[in-house]
Structures are given as structure tokens and as C-alpha cells.
Design a protein around this ligand. Structure first.
Ligand SMILES: Nc1ncnc2c1ncn2[C@@H]1O[C@H](COP(=O)(O)OP(=O)(O)OP(=O)(O)O)[C@@H](O)[C@H]1O
Ligand SMILES: [Mg+2]
Length: 235
């Protein structure tokens, strides 16, 4: 497989003495949407943390956009064009939406995003700008979290369970946003428990189990193979 936009090759990652990723390899091509699935504790968040330099890999290599980022610092990785929508959304609750967005702006070699580009995707966002984030609904907060990632002008966005805690209609909106990013040429790696929704928008999927990749293939094949889903994901 070609190296593509993101290439994670044979990484091992540990928390202290406890190894949680074992020889993990995965790729995301330019403008590709890739789902990373697996049960609780499989290592999905840790894989994202290794890519972001938050919990660096002990072995193996991570390349993004032609550069080795295996041991790069998190802020340099963000500046190179990797956006992150974390599972806890990490919005500053006492700041307004406008302020949360303003501090997220970065320039990269990729398309520069402005607030007005985010309003085009999330029409409600414009009317929330003066609100303090602690008063937002879960869906509104997710809009802010995704907009923050976009204002970092990314070539790749990592989503960690973006549908968590959201109403089904809002989950659909989040998945539509992922499709929209793809149409803008942005690559996406999305970790999800909401397997059907993620597979419906992904091009390819990986499944993790106990810190290792146990399956890789086209998303539509897994979406339409209930026995395989049951075997790999227990659903
Ligand atoms: N900070 C940490 N220190 C020690 N162990 C950790 C830490 N964070 C996660 N782990 C362990 O690493 C393993 C993988 O966790 P991780 O959060 O990557 O899984 P996950 O696939 O994202 O799970 P979930 O679906 O529940 O979010 C688990 O056994 C977890 O207990
Ligand atoms: Mg997780």
C-alpha cells in the first residue's frame, strides 16, 4: 500500500511499563476517510495519541505528509496540519465560542480555514459566537470542537468517537460533516463505537483488538457483512 497522507508503521506504545499497542500499522490516503473500530480498551485512543505525539510510540514510525513525526512535539504536529477532535471535546467552558475558535486558528501548508467557512458547514454556529461554551448542548459543543480542528487548517483530522452522547439526528450531522471534509480534500481518521454510521461514511476500516490491528478492508464490505461484524466486533 502507498504511504499516502498518514502512515503508521509497526508502532508499539506503552503507558509506563504497560504496553498497549503492539505492532500497529495503518494508512490514510489523501482525501480518504478511514474508520478505526474495536471494543473498549482496544487501543484506539492510544493510537490517535501516538499520532499526535501525546503518548509517543516506543518503536516503529509515523509519517505525515512526507515527514517523519514519530518523535515530534504535539504542537509541531498540529502545525504540520493534523487536526484533532478529542473524545472529551476539550473546549474551554468559561470562554465564548468566538474565543474558543479564535485561539484555534493556525496556518499550515493546507487550505487556510476562516470562521465563515465553518459557518457554511454549521449554519447555527454564527448565532452561538457570543455564548459561553459551558451553556452549550452536546451537539453545539461538538460543532465548536470540529470547527476548532478545521480552523487549524488541517490536511488530516482525527476524530475520537465524535458521535458519543449525541442524539441520532446530530450523529447524522456529524457523519455528513465527515463526508463534507472528504469533499474538501481533507483526510479523516475516525474512531467510532457507532460502527454502522462510521462504516457508512468511511472508505476503508481497520479493527483493533487488545492493542493490535486484526482486520483491514473496504468499509462497504464490512458494513454489509453481519457475520464478519459479529466476529470482529461482537455486534
Ligand atoms: N493514561 C493511561 N495509563 C495507563 N493505561 C492506560 C492509559 N490510558 C489508557 N490506558 C490503557 O490502555 C488500553 C487502551 O486504552 P485506549 O483508551 O487506547 O482504548 P480505546 O480503544 O480508546 O477504548 P474506548 O473505546 O473505551 O475509548 C486500556 O487497557 C487502557 O486501560
Ligand atoms: Mg477511546
Amino acid at each position: 500500500m502507498s504511504a499516502g497522507m498518514l502512515s503508521v508503521a509497526n508502532i508499539d506504545t506503552s503507558y509506563g511499563e504497560t504496553q498497549v499497542l503492539f505492532d500497529v500499522s495503518l494508512n490514510v490516503g489523501p482525501g480518504e476517510v478511514v474508520a478505526l473500530l474495536g471494543p473498549n480498551g482496544a487501543g484506539k485512543t492510544t493510537a490517535l495519541r501516538s499520532i499526535l505525539g501525546l503518548t509517543p510510540a516506543r518503536r516503529g514510525a509515523i509519517r505525515f505528509d512526507g515527514c517523519d513525526i514519530t518523535r515530534a512535539h504535539t504542537h509541531d504536529i498540529a502545525r504540520s496540519g493534523i487536526g484533532w477532535v478529542p473524545d472529551d471535546r476539550r473546549i474551554f467552558p468559561t470562554l465564548t465560542v468566538a474565543r474558543n475558535l479564535a485561539i484555534a486558528r493556525k496556518r499550515t501548508r493546507f487550505r487556510a480555514w476562516q470562521e465563515k467557512d465553518c459557518f457554511e458547514i454549521f449554519s447555527a454556529l454564527e448565532y452561538l459566537m457570543a455564548r459561553e461554551c459551558e451553556n452549550l448542548s452536546g451537539g453545539e459543543m461538538q460543532m465548536v470542537a470540529i470547527s476548532r480542528a478545521l480552523l487549524g487548517s488541517p490536511g488530516l483530522v482525527l476524530f475520537d468517537e465524535p458521535s458519543q452522547g449525541l442524539a441520532p439526528k446530530v450523529v447524522q450531522d456529524v457523519m455528513k460533516t465527515i463526508t463534507r471534509l472528504k469533499s474538501e480534500g481533507i483526510s479523516v481518521l475516525v474512531v467510532e463505537q457507532n460502527v454502522q454510521s462510521a462504516l457508512a461514511v468511511a472508505d476503508r476500516a481497520y479493527v483493533m483488538h487488545a492493542g493490535a490491528i486484526v482486520h483491514e478492508g473496504p468499509a462497504h464490505a464490512l458494513l454489509h457483512d453481519a457475520p464478519l461484524q459479529r466476529r470482529l466486533l461482537g455486534i
